[in-house]
Design a protein around this ligand. Sequence first.
Ligand SMILES: Nc1nc2c(ncn2[C@@H]2O[C@H](COP(=O)(O)OP(=O)(O)OP(=O)(O)O)[C@@H](O)[C@H]2O)c(=O)[nH]1
Ligand SMILES: [Mg+2]
Length: 198
Amino acid sequence: MDALVMAGGPGNRLGKGEKPLISLCGKPMISYVLDALHQSDGVDKIFVATSPHTLETRKYLENMRIEVVETKGIGYVSDLVEATEILGLRTPFLVVMSDLPLLSAKLIDEIIDVYWKINKPALSVYVPISVCKDASIRPSTVLNIDEELIVPAGVNILDGGLIKEGQEEHRLVLKYQELAVNVNTIDDLRICKQLLHL
Ligand SMILES: Nc1nc2c(ncn2[C@@H]2O[C@H](COP(=O)(O)OP(=O)(O)OP(=O)(O)O)[C@@H](O)[C@H]2O)c(=O)[nH]1
Ligand SMILES: [Mg+2]
């Protein structure tokens, strides 16, 4: 399936300019996710949604010959719908945030494999809050589902043909640290750098 990386947010919490371009061990943050997607067997084409908040990111990607779709930058969900329509995605596709530098190709393939076995249009990945705590990451969103505290990981599969409708989702809870390390704050960035150096 195709993959869409969302990379048009303002990066306010981090406050260091364009978050997708922040250098992590000498590489821009977004290149970690792109490398994992390129290495993944289950991913075909890769697109990135940038916005007026991330014009330098767009330039960087175009130089790397990565296909960019320019969205308005008015919000994650609205831009996701906009990108889906511009690209004409009508089948299931993977949506990933640009700020998950530890995500691996193996994990992406595991998620895609689960999707093809379930019978629902959408899949969302979550991580138990205990995994975030073990990594000293403070999640910004926590859900209480059947007495379990889980955190949305920023990896979803959606059916492009149903993008304007509410899609019934399969909740996939995975206990991987690589899904917990979502870089939103200076503390997250420090923790991520430490883990990359291990
Ligand atoms: N295209 C697009 N991408 C977005 C938008 N909002 C967030 N994203 C991307 O989605 C991912 C997760 O969003 P956040 O962690 O909230 O990133 P952010 O909005 O840049 O940062 P904050 O301002 O701190 O919320 C990041 O890779 C963002 O670049 C949007 O409105 N449009
Ligand atoms: Mg945001």
